[in-house]
Ligand binder design. Structure first.
Ligand SMILES: [Zn+2]
Length: 105
């Protein structure tokens, strides 16, 4: 996989999703595109984002598998622990982003 960083038109997005506090009040998170594949239909990493605004910065990645299926990944603890046990589980960082992207195929 080549990790060049082509220029992107809208590299940053601001979303309000449940925040890191115990009450899960909505908080502003920024999503910055850090990588976008030159060919989004190719197998491998399609796009990566750096998510700021939570306790820690997180990495969200969208990957196209060999079978052509799109798979989301997030580096947060929720995605790592629950994603391991529950198929098709999406953490709040991924779910928030999925809500504002056009349908992907
Ligand atoms: Zn996450």
């Amino acid at each position: 996989m080549k990790l060049t960083q082509p220029r992107v038109k809208n590299p940053e997005l601001m979303l309000r999703i449940p925040g890191p506090d115990r009450k899960r009040n909505l908080a502003a998170y920024t999503y910055r595109v850090t990588y976008r594949a030159p060919d989004p239909r190719a197998v491998g990493c399609v796009t990566t984002w750096e998510v700021g605004g939570g306790r820690l910065p997180y990495q969200v990645a969208l990957e196209r598998t060999e079978a052509g299926v799109l798979q989301w990944h997030c580096s947060c603890a929720d995605a790592v622990y629950r994603g391991e046990r529950l198929q098709h589980y999406h953490c709040k960082h991924v779910a928030g982003l999925m809500d504002c992207l056009p349908p992907l195929d």
